[in-house]
Write a protein of this length. Structure first.
Length: 399
């Protein structure tokens, strides 16, 4: 009997999402009765605004939403996305330059599929969101990490990018505000990177999913606003998940030059066709409706941000750069490594995260998921009481 043919080598080399893995483990422990506090998932704890839910409920009553619709998205939603792109990214685009996707992840995946050819190198500033290198690999590209530590507020420089550039470099990932660090590039830093990419003809994949979540008067300047000529070689990815507490609705989008969007649209026509129409109707309401609740969410995140930074900074051996965007804090915990805690001596942040979960019943994501060891990511998108209790557990563990 002939042995069965092997599974896909490409997919077999793809790792499970580290953030989702940690979150699933935390939820399993909670289900088993453990009082685990999880900082793992990048998911707002708020309910989706009621007016968005109402719009979806109304959509359920319309039989037109039970049918196939254009693969690239409902025309009304593409128009709403184009309006948001002008409002928040300073770029005027036609709705035809928008593709609505099943969440931001599909937009990220399709962006790399659109601009990466086999053997191409993609510059990937680190710390990076855990999905980027896998999505690059699925496009047969090679991620080239460019690391910036806490001493740089986790922001890479043009000099670092230039040192990593080769004749095979075809794309750059640019994320501001950042997941996992919460760092926000200044307008000047953004302009310098954009001008460098234009000079060398490098595609920019700019993930703007957190652009509306900034603090202390900071604005997340879009790279296409800082350098308008970069728009011809930039794909913006975004979605409603984070700003509007709509993670489970799975509505994202990509915006880019007409030729790139045409290629990506062809892919989506075979990959998934249209996004759920009811969810699209909800997204239209979110983008076009009142932004009052979204602003309340942002204010709550800001309050939590200040609390977690203040409390983590009280732990000897923990260095906490001040995040100015998103809802993550990314402390440098190298000062905790190589020391004994409860009879255990962790030497990596992976071992440290395991120790924290076992001894403090707190779930955090180790730096290995995002780049080098020596760091932890904590999401502060959880209730205030739980947030404080979790950090106090860490304070007791490392006292």
């Amino acid at each position: 009997m002939t042995e069965r043919a092997p599974l896909s080598r490409k997919l077999s080399n793809i790792a499970e999402s580290a953030t989702l893995k940690v979150d699933a483990k935390a939820k399993a422990l909670k289900t088993a009765g453990k009082p685990v506090i999880s900082y793992a998932a990048g998911e707002p704890d708020f309910a989706t605004p009621q007016f968005v839910v109402n719009a979806a409920a109304e959509a359920l009553a319309d039989p037109a939403n039970y049918r196939y619709t254009p693969a690239a998205g409902l025309p009304e939603l593409r128009e709403a996305v184009a309006a948001k792109t002008l409002r928040d990214s300073g770029l005027e685009v036609s709705p035809s330059q928008v593709i609505v996707t099943n969440g931001g992840k599909q937009a990220v995946y399709q962006a790399f599929q659109t601009v990466v050819n086999p053997g191409d190198e993609v510059l990937l500033p680190a710390p990076y969101w855990t999905t980027y290198p896998e999505a690059i690999a699925l496009a047969d590209g090679t991620p080239v990490t460019v690391f910036a530590g806490a001493d740089q507020d986790y922001k890479v420089t043009v000099e670092q990018l230039e040192a990593a550039r080769t004749e095979r470099t075809t794309a750059l990932v640019f994320v501001s505000p950042s997941n996992p660090t919460g760092s926000v590039y200044t307008a000047e830093e953004t302009r310098a990177i954009g001008e460098w990419a234009v000079e060398h003809g490098i595609w920019i994949i700019s993930d703007e999913i957190y652009q509306n979540l900034t603090y202390e008067g900071v604005t997340a300047t879009s790279i296409v606003e800082a350098v308008p000529e970069a728009a011809a070689q930039t794909i913006l990815v975004n979605g409603v998940a984070k700003t509007y507490a709509m993670t489970g609705w799975r509505v994202g989008w990509m915006v880019g030059p007409a030729d790139a969007i045409k290629v990506a649209g062809n892919l989506q026509s075979h990959l998934s066709s249209n996004v759920n129409n009811v969810a699209q109707r909800g997204a239209i309401a979110a983008l076009a409706g009142p932004q009052t609740e979204a602003e309340q969410f942002r204010e709550a995140f800001d309050r939590r941000r200040q609390l977690i930074v203040s409390e983590l900074s009280k732990i000897d051996g923990v260095r906490v750069p001040n995040p100015l965007g998103a809802f993550y804090v990314y402390p440098d915990v190298q000062g905790l490594l190589g020391r004994s805690w409860g009879g255990v001596t962790p030497t990596t942040s992976l071992e440290l995260a395991d120790l924290i979960l076992e001894q403090a019943e707190v779930a955090v994501v180790p730096g290995e998921a995002f780049g080098p060891s020596g760091y932890l990511r904590l999401s502060y998108a959880l209730a205030d009481d739980a947030l404080l209790e979790g950090v106090q557990r860490l304070q007791r563990l490392f006292s």
